[in-house]
Design a protein around this ligand. Structure first.
Ligand code: UDP
Length: 238
């Protein structure tokens, strides 16, 4: 059997990917399928860290949050990612994958705090590490947390799982002629004004020469294909 293309990766899952077809929250069948994909690559011996967003939960409370102070709303968003991280880790536990949740915000009774050497140790032990609470700072996103933690742990690549199966020349929902890039450089993505990750996350990956792979979270087998180095999604390279 061919070997995985990577030894250590940072997987970014959007919170909204957990909703499935529901309007918000966590869809049981969806999280189980997602975790089965993750388990498959963890069992291949790939060291795996995950950053998950909070959009699925925060969307549910967003109408009530209107007019709120931005920083306070962002802290709520970060707490939403803690809930998703706990759900993800528990779903992994149920299928025999050991996961550790580490939070960027101290909530010691619930999850352990993020400590870089500890995270590295867990990865070396083959445990899946879920980084919760984003960067711990308002005005940032979980994409930026993915770029940051990916850089910190020395991941070879950030895998950005989205509803779209890659980076397109234009929005495929609006333009039927849009085509997908198999690979694209950071510079070309900037010059073509393509949105791969938010600007802060994108700049950090570019500075750190940390490639990004954008691929579909919905397509069965896509994560495994990415891990095996196949032509899946879009590779954003230096
Ligand atoms: N957030 C934040 N700082 C961070 C990461 C996240 O303030 O470092 C907040 C922010 O309000 C964001 C929310 O948490 O909207 C959920 O994260 P994100 O929108 O990245 O989740 P996703 O869209 O991927 O589900």
């Amino acid at each position: 059997m061919t070997k995985p293309a990577y030894k250590r990766v940072l997987l970014k899952l959007s919170g909204e990917a957990l909703m499935g077809d529901d309007p918000f929250g966590i869809n049981r069948a969806t999280i189980e399928r997602m975790v089965a994909d993750v388990a498959e690559i963890s069992r291949l011996g790939v060291e795996l860290a995950i950053v998950i967003g909070g959009g699925n939960i925060f969307r549910g409370v967003a109408p009530g949050a209107q007019g709120m102070d931005r920083a306070t709303a962002d802290y709520m968003g970060m707490l939403a990612t803690v809930m998703n991280s706990l759900a993800l880790a528990d779903a992994m536990r149920q299928i025999g994958i050991t996961a550790r949740v580490m939070s960027a915000i101290a909530i010691d009774q619930v999850v352990e705090p993020y400590v870089r050497p500890k995270a590295l140790q867990y990865l070396e032990e083959g445990k899946v590490v879920v980084f919760a609470a984003g960067t711990g700072n308002p005005f940032f996103t979980t994409d930026t947390a993915a770029a940051l933690r990916g850089s910190e742990i020395g991941a070879e690549i950030v895998l950005k799982a989205t509803k779209v199966d890659g980076v397109y020349t234009a929005d495929p929902k609006k333009d039927a002629n849009a085509t997908r890039f198999s690979t694209i450089s950071f510079d070309e993505a900037i010059s073509r004004h393509l949105q791969v990750m938010d600007a802060t996350a994108f700049a950090l990956c570019r500075d750190q020469k940390l490639p990004i792979k954008v691929f579909s979270i919905v397509k069965p087998g896509a994560l495994k294909n990415v891990i095996m180095g196949e032509d899946e999604g879009t590779l954003v390279h230096v």
